[in-house]
Structures are given as C-alpha cells and as structure tokens.
Ligand binder design. Sequence first.
Ligand code: 5GP
Ligand code: 5GP
Length: 229
Amino acid sequence: MKLNSLCSVIIIHLFVLQCLSVVCRSQDFDFFYFVQQWPGAYCDTKRSCCYPRTGKPAADFGIHGLWPNYKDGGYPSDCDPDARFDKSEISDLIPTMEKEWPTLSCPSNDGIKFWTHEWTKHGTCSESELDQRQYFEAAIALKRKANLLHALTDAGIKPNDEFYKMEEIRDAIKEGVGYTPGIECNVDQSGNSQIYQVYLCVDTSGSDFIECPLLPRARCGSSIQFPKF
Ligand code: 5GP
Ligand code: 5GP
C-alpha cells in the first residue's frame, strides 16, 4: 500500500472512531432536572385536572419527573424501547408514589400512565446510572430532601392566592433547600401568572442537588400568584 493510501485509511479509521464516541456520548447526560409541580396551578390552567382514583392529593408540591439533560439545554428522550415500565419492580413503592407523585391528568386514573410516561421518556435515558427501581427511589428521596412548601411557608409565602415577587420565591427556596431553583409559570384563565413548576438540578448519580448548569426559561410575570389547592 502506498503511503498516501495508508494515510487515508488511518484518517478514515480515526474519523469513524470519533463519530462512534459522539454517538456513544449522545446517550449520556450531564445532570438531571428534578421537577416538582404545584397542583393548584396545574388545575387552574385551561386544561383543568382530575384527581387520581385515590382521591384529592395533599396541598403540596408533587413530583413531575427526573429528567436527564445536557449542559447546552438539549435533552435525550425515549432512549430504550426495550426497557418497558415494569410495575412489579416497584409495587412496594406505589403507596409512596401515590402521595409524592400524584397524577392530575384526566380522566381520573391511578398514576401508572404518568409514571410509565416519565420512565419511558426520561428514565430510560439515565439507565447507565439508575435502573427503573433506582430511578423512582431517587426521585422519592429527592422530594424528601427538598421540601419546597416548607421552604416557602417559612418565608411567609403561602398557597393563599396571594401574589409574590419572583425574587422572594427564588430566595426562599434557595434559603430552605440550599440551591437556586428555576421557576416555571403558567397563566390561568384570568391572565394571572402562577407558580407552576420548580426545577432543581441533581448530579448524574441522582442523589445530590447541585447548582444548575443552566436554568430553564422562566416565562413568569413580575407578580406571581401562589394559588390555593
Ligand atoms: P413543555 O413544552 O410543556 O415545557 O414540556 C413538555 C415536556 O417536554 C416536559 O414535560 C418534559 O417531558 C419535556 N421537557 C421540557 N423541557 C425540558 C427540559 O428542559 N429538559 C428535559 N429533560 N425535558 C424537558
Ligand atoms: P411530559 O410533559 O413530562 O412529557 O409529559 C407529561 C405527560 O404526563 C403528559 O402526557 C400528561 O398528560 C401526563 N400527565 C399525567 N399526569 C400528569 C400530571 O399530574 N402532571 C403533568 N404535568 N403531566 C401529567
């Protein structure tokens, strides 16, 4: 083989290896968003809501999901069609999930659909770190570590339909939980901006909060309502 062709072969090999490493890395992720939702805001949107079959959830934040994310703001989804949600792996966690991760979508249901969706869309993208059981256990443990309602009420911010400033809400959570949250608002039928979801960031092991490499866009008005539930 001539020197020129040998070089070409080596360059092609290096190129293929480089491409493979990018493909492999694209299955990975940089951090998690741990997202909790305020049920009063979910129900105040035009979509309205339905209580789960187990009854009206407590007036507390509930888990929405634990979402693998990239530092550039992108995120992987639906990473493993073979990893079907298996209820039998978490049957002992279900009473806790009904309390901490209640579903509010209609029609009224038992939550399996919501948890299946979160596992399939997001959980399957962190399988290198957490299997299905560990994924749900991690989310439950994070919810216990970050008591948002406690942090807010300690600062006098209560779910009483009053309006608060974004900075007050952010500072109260930073003070109570230790990390700066991302706040997402919804707009109710009267045009009020309401606190809807709170994002905290978590390291790739799913166990420790970190400062967010990137906060989601807030889309909140200057005055934010904390609606009753
Ligand atoms: P929405 O468009 O309502 O903000 O989000 C719809 C869905 O897209 C979310 O429930 C979630 O599954 C996914 N999603 C939205 N934003 C993000 C994000 O920043 N990171 C990740 N990992 N998922 C997101
Ligand atoms: P994501 O927005 O995470 O991609 O998708 C949320 C999906 O779960 C939607 O299809 C939504 O209808 C369903 N879902 C079921 N219960 C809830 C709930 O309590 N809150 C939210 N945000 N979505 C829920």
